[in-house]
Design a protein around this ligand. Structure first.
Ligand code: APR
Length: 236
């Protein structure tokens, strides 16, 4: 068995939630194969047609509420606790805007693309929990303005928590990407940053991603099978 990692950096993407019934973006029949992201996932689209954008995210939010975490989410939550118990740390960075990691028991989740179950007021900036639909006239719970949007990161906007993510990567001794195509930066660049730092890298995915050649090792198959198996190999 390879030496026990003390800090593991986990990057997850839509593929970890696929078996929970939430669509991915770039697979056959994926979200961006059916909808134009430039018309639904940009600040310009929201400015031009807020009702259509709000409706698109309301539909996705309802899907998240109906979904349940799968064995991959649960295995990561167990691994987080097991690593902490031996004085290590599992840093969980997700590109996903669902709450399945939290509902599986992960205590610390960094959502670099924001969270569907949160709303942000475009007037005062307040971010609030939001499980219900966001309607155009819904008032901000803080300032009362009818100016709410989903607190998700759209194309052309800056991802969140980048300093925390870079700092955690620099302290890690293993980088694992799970269920991501490696198509969107900065997340897609993390495997190369890890390699440049001398960090061991592993890809866990249904099939080789765009970044497959950059990883030291890989396991391919459905996340609900390969993620628990891989963490067991690590003694977690
Ligand atoms: N188990 C493991 N991997 C899977 C599964 C599964 N059951 N099903 C699909 N996958 C893999 C696919 O092979 C693909 O490589 O998950 C990956 C999903 O890739 P994308 O759909 O591109 O999703 P992601 O990488 O998370 O996209 C990144 O793009 O549009 C933006 O903000 C959006 O966060 C998203 C970002």
């Amino acid at each position: 068995m390879a030496s026990q990692p003390r800090q593991i950096f986990i990057l997850t993407g839509a593929g970890i939630s696929a078996e929970s019934g939430l669509g991915t973006f770039r697979d056959r029949g994926g979200l961006w194969a059916r909808f134009d992201p430039m018309k639904l996932a940009t600040p310009e689209a929201f400015a031009e047609d807020p009702d259509t954008v709000l409706d698109f995210y309301n539909h996705r939010r309802r899907g998240v509420r109906k979904a349940a975490p799968n064995a991959a989410h649960a295995a990561l939550a167990r691994a987080e606790a097991a690593l902490a118990a031996r004085g290590g740390r599992l840093f969980l960075c997700t590109q996903n805007v669902d709450d399945l990691h939290e509902r599986a028991g992960s205590a610390a989740v960094v959502h670099m693309h924001g969270e569907l179950l949160k709303a942000r007021c475009t007037a005062c900036g307040t971010v609030s929990e939001r499980r219900a639909d966001i309607l155009p006239d819904d008032p901000c719970p803080h300032c009362g303005a009818a100016a709410l949007r989903p607190d998700v990161v759209w194309f052309g906007e800056m991802p969140k928590h980048l300093d925390r993510i870079d700092a955690a990567l620099a302290e890690s001794d293993l980088f694992v990407a799970i269920g991501t195509s490696g198509a969107v930066y900065p997340a897609a660049g993390y495997v190369r940053e890890a390699r440049a730092l001398g960090i061991r890298t592993c890809e866990l995915n249904l099939e080789p991603s765009d970044n497959a050649g950059a990883f030291d090792e890989a396991r391919y198959g459905p996340a609900s099978t390969i993620v628990p198996g891989y963490l067991t190999e690590l003694g977690l």
